[in-house]
Design a protein around this ligand. Sequence first.
Ligand code: UTP
Length: 408
Amino acid sequence: MSYEEALKKLKDYGQEHVLAHYGELSETEKENLLTQIEITDFSVLLACKEDKKAAERGEITPLAAMQLPEIEEKREKFQAIGLETIRKGKVGAVLLAGGMGTRLGSDDPKGMYNIGLTKEVYIFQRLIENLMDVVEMSGSWVPLYVMTSDKNHEATVSFLKDKDYFGYNKDYVTFFMQEMAPASDYDGKVYMEEKGKISTSPNGNGGWYSSMYKWGVAEKAMEDGVEYLNVFAVDNVLQRIADPCFVGAVVDGGYAVGAKVVKKCAPDEKIGVICLEDGRPSIVEYYELTQELMNARDEKGDPAYYFGVILNYLFRIADLEKIREKKLPLHVVEKKIPHLDEKGELVKPDAPNGYKFEQLVLDMIHELDGCLPFEVERGREFAPIKNKTGIDSVESARALCKENGIQL
Ligand code: UTP
């Protein structure tokens, strides 16, 4: 893209300041900046002005989950179907590891965090150990697709390589990168990270399938016979991955997607709740849950919106293909964004100073025709690490690992 074309594009979005230091750049830096301008989707910035509209929701009604007693009753059948599906190579696992993990506050990718006490136990290692249980049970390797971002790709790839994939078969591990989105101040003006570089951050976990597709990884998976993808977050160190019982329940019911859910521990717990929205499966974020919805009861007297999602979903690829081109809503998230000030000096803020723009995997659920909310015991399968201490932290996850007999 030429300088003139770049300037025109920037003018269309009111972002001419991006070229303020152009004259001071080397030839290579100039070229890189023009390329970045060419590939950046500035239209996301409009979302900070439209956020209120995006937040309007349809009619929310309850969606019943398949609960533990029913699962227990059918466990043997589900398990058999799930194992058969895995043995046929139809199930892949997708690790969402493109996030910045800012709350944990480590400079390394979150999966490289060592939660061990007497020995090294990395988050990636815990996840792979969990997946290995299924490999042993089924006698077959589950293809593992790892999504990274521009900010952590190299560190993630070299760490897993150095650790010899914690015993996983490297032929079954594939990396792909998600896309980035510009980050802006509160007026929607993009920040500059360097004089020749726009500040960007990963564009949320909702783009995982389109990125997987762009990298040719989804097509290769389909060619290899993979029909289901178990998408999971990097931070839940207890979760079961490619869990045969869950796989069996989703396959047996013919669902487009299954969502692992847990009973909420408090009505205002910070966890998205599974429901129907205008009759279609959906997830209401905790901050969107009104007092009325929190207090609503079903016919048994239980809370009507009782089940929270834990970011562990099983998608049927045939259905993902139908929604691949769909634009998901953009979520505008307040963040601390390092940037250059007017003098061209780098500032690392202590408090949020602008927005990043994200698509979320939970919005994919609403696009699909049928969803099975599948209850799991939270004490056994839900130990997310978001913070260093307190709720959903390294501390709380360590305690839960101990309760489950996992040596740290
Ligand atoms: P979080 O919502 O915890 O976001 O991600 P985060 O960016 O990792 O952490 P904070 O908010 O800055 O502390 C939930 C899951 O989605 C992945 C994360 O890696 C994690 O597994 N994710 C998030 C991505 O893969 N890409 C993204 O752009 C954002």
